[in-house]
Design a protein around this ligand. Structure first.
Ligand SMILES: [Cu+2]
Length: 403
C-alpha cells in the first residue's frame, strides 16, 4: 500500500502563480444584476441497473453538446449523459458499484471520483486515461461514511479545462446515519454545484486564462442554471454545496444574515452541527448545511468578498423562496457522527513539503511516473506544508491503496 501526492490548484492543473500582472483590487460582482428568473435545475438521480450479484451498474457518457444558459442563446458545452454537468449518483455504504464511462468527447479524458476511497486502478486520475471513443469500466465497493463527493475528469494538464466545459457531477454516499438529516433528494436535500464562468460577447464559454490563478469568471451558474431561484417546500432544507469552479473560492452566507447549521464537510458528517453565518469553500471542496425556513420567507445565498485574487468578488448565487405551507421536519440530531480525534504517536514521522513559485514540491516538478513518498498504510504521520509562493496554495494528497 502506498500513498503518493499531487499538487492541485485547482484540480492539479494550475500550479503556483505569482501575483505579477494582477490588478484585481476592484471587487468583481453580479449583485444587482440578476432577476432570479430561472428555476434551479436539479441534476437527475441516475438509476443503476442491478446485476445478478447485486452490483449497481451505472452508465456515463462524456459528450459535447449545447446548452441554453441565457434565454435564446446557445452555448457550446460538454456534459455527462447530457449537455452540461452530469447526473447525481447516490449509493449506500456496502454497495458494490460498477460503471461504463464512454468517452465521446473526441479527445482523451479521465473520470475521477473525488473524495472516494477506492483502489488506485479505479480512481480515474491521470493514470487511467480514456482515449476518444473508448469505454472505461471501473468497479469497487463503497466503504466510507455518509459524504458528498463528486466526479470530474482528471487528465494531467487538462483537468481544469474539462471541468470548466461542463464535466462534473455529484456522488452522494449514504451510511446508516444519513436519515439524521433531511434526505429527500430534490425536495429537502438539494445539490448546489457553484461555478463561475466567463462568457464571450456571443455567449460562448471563454477559456481566456487571464488571471494568475487560472480561470476566474464574472458570471455564476448553479447546477448549470444562470439567474436561478429555488422554491422550497420544507421547513428544514439540507444543501450540499460543491465548489465546482476552477479557481474561485466562495464565502457563503445569506443576505438576511440568517444562521444555519454546518453538518458535513469533505470527509462526511461532523460529530455535531455547528451554527454559522458564513463559511468558505475552495475549488473542489464540499460542505452540507441545513437551513430553516418560515413560510413565504425569501433570501439570497450570496458569496461575500473576503480578500483579493480568488477570494475577491461578491456574487448572488441563488434566490430561495419558501412556500406558503412548509412540511415540518424533526429537529436535527445533536450527534451526527462519532469520529474519534486523531492521536498522534510521540514518534510519528514528520514529512516536510515545500511548495515554491516554480510549481515544485520539494524542488521537484510533478512527474506522473515517479512516486516521491511511500507511506505505510494505517500509520499516523505529521506532514508540514510550507508555502513559499506568493499566492494561496494547497496540497492535495491522495491515498491509494494497492490491491
Ligand atoms: Cu477532484
Amino acid at each position: 500500500m502506498k500513498l503518493y501526492r499531487r499538487l492541485i490548484v485547482p484540480f492539479g492543473l494550475l500550479l503556483v502563480f505569482g501575483l505579477a500582472g494582477c490588478n484585481s483590487n476592484e471587487t468583481v460582482t453580479n449583485v444587482g444584476k440578476l432577476e432570479f428568473q430561472q428555476a434551479l435545475k436539479i441534476p437527475e438521480l441516475l438509476e443503476p441497473t442491478i446485476e445478478s450479484d447485486g452490483t449497481k451498474h451505472f452508465s456515463l457518457t462524456m459528450e459535447p453538446g449545447t446548452t441554453e444558459f441565457f434565454p435564446g442563446e446557445i452555448t457550446d458545452t460538454w456534459g455527462i449523459n447530457g449537455s452540461y454537468l452530469g447526473p447525481t449518483i447516490r449509493v449506500s455504504r456496502g454497495d458494490k458499484v460498477s460503471f461504463d464511462v464512454v468517452n465521446k468527447l473526441g479527445e482523451t479524458s479521465t473520470l475521477h471520483w473525488h473524495g472516494m476511497m477506492l483502489p488506485p486502478a479505479m480512481d480515474g486520475g491521470p493514470h487511467q486515461m480514456i482515449e476518444a471513443g473508448e469505454t472505461w469500466s471501473p468497479h469497487w465497493t463503497i466503504d466510507q461514511p455518509s459524504a458528498t463527493t463528486w466526479y470530474h475528469p482528471h487528465l494531467h494538464g487538462k483537468t481544469a479545462q474539462h471541468v470548466y466545459r461542463g464535466l462534473a457531477g455529484m456522488f452522494i454516499i449514504d451510511d446508516e446515519d444519513f436519515k439524521k438529516l433531511p434526505s429527500n433528494y430534490g425536495v429537502d436535500d438539494i445539490p448546489l454545484i457553484v461555478q463561475d464562468k466567463l462568457f464571450t460577447s456571443d455567449g460562448q464559454l471563454s477559456e481566456d486564462d487571464d488571471t494568475p490563478y487560472g480561470m476566474l469568471g464574472d458570471e455564476i451558474l448553479v447546477n448549470g442554471t444562470y439567474d436561478p431561484f429555488l422554491k422550497v417546500t420544507a421547513s428544514q432544507v439540507r444543501f450540499r454545496l460543491l465548489n465546482g469552479s476552477n479557481a474561485r473560492a466562495y464565502n457563503f452566507g445569506f443576505t438576511d444574515g440568517r444562521s444555519f447549521q454546518l453538518v458535513a464537510n469533505d470527509a462526511g458528517l461532523l460529530n455535531e452541527p455547528v451554527t454559522l453565518e458564513r463559511f468558505m469553500l475552495s475549488p473542489g471542496e464540499r460542505a452540507e448545511i441545513v437551513v430553516a425556513f418560515e413560510p413565504e420567507e425569501e433570501t439570497i445565498l450570496r458569496s461575500y468578498s473576503s480578500g483579493a485574487g480568488i477570494t475577491n468578488g461578491e456574487f448572488d448565487l441563488l434566490k430561495i423562496v419558501a412556500d406558503s405551507e412548509l412540511t415540518g421536519s424533526s429537529p436535527i440530531s445533536k450527534q451526527l457522527s462519532s469520529i474519534e480525534p486523531i492521536e498522534v504517536p510521540a514518534d510519528a514521522k514528520v514529512r516536510q513539503f515545500k511548495l515554491t513559485m516554480e510549481n515544485e514540491i520539494n524542488d521537484k516538478l510533478m512527474d506522473m511516473y515517479r512516486i516521491d513518498e511511500v507511506v505505510p498504510a494505517g500509520t499516523k504521520e505529521i506532514w508540514e506544508i510550507h508555502n513559499f509562493g506568493s499566492e494561496h496554495n494547497s496540497i492535495f494528497m491522495m491515498q491509494h491503496s494497492e490491491y
